[in-house]
Design a binder for this molecule. Structure first.
Ligand code: SF4
Ligand code: SF4
Length: 138
Protein backbone atom coordinates (compact mmCIF):
# COMPACT_ATOMS: atom_id res chain seq x y z
CA UNK A 1 0.00 0.00 0.00
CA UNK A 2 2.34 2.66 -1.17
CA UNK A 3 0.08 5.59 -1.86
CA UNK A 4 -1.65 8.00 0.39
CA UNK A 5 -0.22 7.40 3.84
CA UNK A 6 -0.61 10.51 5.89
CA UNK A 7 0.38 10.80 9.49
CA UNK A 8 0.99 13.49 12.09
CA UNK A 9 0.98 12.62 15.78
CA UNK A 10 -1.56 14.82 17.57
CA UNK A 11 -0.36 16.83 20.56
CA UNK A 12 -1.73 15.67 23.88
CA UNK A 13 -3.04 12.39 22.47
CA UNK A 14 -2.16 9.12 24.23
CA UNK A 15 -4.60 6.79 22.52
CA UNK A 16 -1.93 4.36 21.30
CA UNK A 17 -0.77 3.91 24.90
CA UNK A 18 -4.27 2.94 25.95
CA UNK A 19 -4.86 0.10 23.53
CA UNK A 20 -4.86 -3.51 24.58
CA UNK A 21 -1.70 -5.41 23.86
CA UNK A 22 1.81 -5.88 25.12
CA UNK A 23 4.60 -3.32 24.99
CA UNK A 24 7.72 -5.16 23.85
CA UNK A 25 11.26 -3.96 24.48
CA UNK A 26 14.53 -4.63 22.81
CA UNK A 27 17.56 -5.27 25.04
CA UNK A 28 18.71 -1.75 24.16
CA UNK A 29 15.30 -0.31 25.09
CA UNK A 30 15.63 -1.87 28.53
CA UNK A 31 19.07 -0.32 29.08
CA UNK A 32 17.95 3.07 27.78
CA UNK A 33 14.81 3.21 29.91
CA UNK A 34 16.72 2.10 33.02
CA UNK A 35 19.34 4.80 32.43
CA UNK A 36 16.64 7.39 31.93
CA UNK A 37 15.13 6.46 35.29
CA UNK A 38 18.60 6.25 36.86
CA UNK A 39 18.07 2.64 37.73
CA UNK A 40 20.30 -0.37 37.29
CA UNK A 41 19.14 -2.40 34.30
CA UNK A 42 18.66 -5.45 36.52
CA UNK A 43 16.46 -3.48 38.90
CA UNK A 44 14.43 -2.02 36.05
CA UNK A 45 13.96 -5.50 34.64
CA UNK A 46 12.93 -7.00 37.96
CA UNK A 47 10.36 -4.29 38.51
CA UNK A 48 8.93 -3.61 35.09
CA UNK A 49 9.85 -6.35 32.65
CA UNK A 50 8.62 -9.85 31.91
CA UNK A 51 11.21 -11.90 30.03
CA UNK A 52 10.43 -14.99 28.00
CA UNK A 53 12.90 -17.09 26.04
CA UNK A 54 12.55 -14.85 22.98
CA UNK A 55 10.91 -11.63 24.12
CA UNK A 56 10.95 -8.87 26.67
CA UNK A 57 7.80 -6.99 27.47
CA UNK A 58 6.60 -4.57 30.07
CA UNK A 59 4.67 -6.20 32.84
CA UNK A 60 0.98 -5.42 32.66
CA UNK A 61 -0.17 -3.66 35.79
CA UNK A 62 -3.49 -4.63 37.37
CA UNK A 63 -5.30 -1.62 35.95
CA UNK A 64 -4.28 -2.84 32.50
CA UNK A 65 -2.56 0.30 31.40
CA UNK A 66 1.12 0.98 30.91
CA UNK A 67 3.12 1.72 34.07
CA UNK A 68 4.64 4.73 32.38
CA UNK A 69 1.50 6.45 31.21
CA UNK A 70 0.49 9.40 33.34
CA UNK A 71 -1.72 12.47 32.83
CA UNK A 72 1.02 14.26 30.90
CA UNK A 73 1.71 11.34 28.60
CA UNK A 74 4.61 8.92 28.59
CA UNK A 75 6.82 9.49 31.62
CA UNK A 76 9.80 7.87 29.85
CA UNK A 77 9.12 9.59 26.51
CA UNK A 78 12.79 10.22 25.55
CA UNK A 79 13.58 6.58 26.28
CA UNK A 80 10.37 4.85 25.29
CA UNK A 81 10.50 1.39 23.70
CA UNK A 82 11.08 0.92 19.98
CA UNK A 83 7.50 -0.14 19.26
CA UNK A 84 6.19 3.04 20.91
CA UNK A 85 8.58 5.23 18.91
CA UNK A 86 7.81 3.46 15.65
CA UNK A 87 4.03 3.52 15.97
CA UNK A 88 2.07 3.57 13.65
CA UNK A 89 4.79 2.43 11.26
CA UNK A 90 4.63 -1.17 12.39
CA UNK A 91 5.23 -3.77 9.65
CA UNK A 92 1.72 -5.17 9.92
CA UNK A 93 0.24 -1.67 9.45
CA UNK A 94 2.61 -0.37 6.79
CA UNK A 95 2.01 -3.44 4.65
CA UNK A 96 -1.78 -3.43 4.86
CA UNK A 97 -4.10 -0.63 3.84
CA UNK A 98 -6.88 -2.35 5.76
CA UNK A 99 -4.92 -2.53 9.03
CA UNK A 100 -3.65 1.04 8.56
CA UNK A 101 -7.20 2.34 8.12
CA UNK A 102 -8.43 0.25 11.04
CA UNK A 103 -5.76 1.78 13.25
CA UNK A 104 -7.09 5.17 12.21
CA UNK A 105 -10.23 4.39 14.22
CA UNK A 106 -8.29 5.10 17.42
CA UNK A 107 -5.19 7.00 16.21
CA UNK A 108 -6.32 10.49 15.22
CA UNK A 109 -2.93 11.17 13.60
CA UNK A 110 -3.61 8.75 10.76
CA UNK A 111 -4.91 10.58 7.72
CA UNK A 112 -3.50 13.91 8.92
CA UNK A 113 -0.31 15.76 8.15
CA UNK A 114 2.05 15.27 5.24
CA UNK A 115 2.10 12.37 2.85
CA UNK A 116 4.68 9.91 4.16
CA UNK A 117 6.97 8.32 1.62
CA UNK A 118 6.56 4.59 1.69
CA UNK A 119 10.36 4.20 1.87
CA UNK A 120 10.44 6.19 5.11
CA UNK A 121 7.55 4.17 6.53
CA UNK A 122 9.23 0.92 5.55
CA UNK A 123 12.52 2.04 7.14
CA UNK A 124 10.69 2.50 10.45
CA UNK A 125 9.01 -0.85 10.02
CA UNK A 126 12.40 -2.43 9.32
CA UNK A 127 13.66 -1.09 12.63
CA UNK A 128 10.79 -2.90 14.30
CA UNK A 129 11.59 -6.16 12.52
CA UNK A 130 15.25 -5.87 13.46
CA UNK A 131 14.52 -4.90 17.04
CA UNK A 132 12.05 -7.68 17.75
CA UNK A 133 13.27 -10.84 16.04
CA UNK A 134 11.17 -12.88 18.46
CA UNK A 135 8.04 -11.19 17.11
CA UNK A 136 8.72 -10.95 13.41
CA UNK A 137 11.09 -13.76 12.51
CA UNK A 138 8.91 -16.76 13.13
S1 SF4 B 1 -2.72 7.46 18.87
FE1 SF4 B 1 -1.72 8.38 17.08
S2 SF4 B 1 -1.95 10.59 17.32
FE2 SF4 B 1 -2.36 9.64 19.31
S3 SF4 B 1 -0.37 9.68 20.37
FE3 SF4 B 1 -0.54 7.70 19.34
S4 SF4 B 1 0.48 8.03 17.36
FE4 SF4 B 1 0.03 10.06 18.18
S1 SF4 C 1 6.08 3.15 27.36
FE1 SF4 C 1 5.28 5.22 27.12
S2 SF4 C 1 4.77 5.39 24.92
FE2 SF4 C 1 4.97 3.20 25.42
S3 SF4 C 1 2.88 2.50 25.93
FE3 SF4 C 1 3.90 3.08 27.85
S4 SF4 C 1 3.31 5.20 28.18
FE4 SF4 C 1 2.90 4.74 26.02
Amino acid sequence: MAQGMRFACQPGCTQCCRQQGFVYLTEQDLIRAAEFLRMRAADFERRYVYRTRRLLRLRTPRAGRCHFLNEDGCSIHPAKPTQCRAFPFWPELVDSRREWNKTGSYCPGIGKGPLIQIEAARAEAAEMRAGYPGLYNG
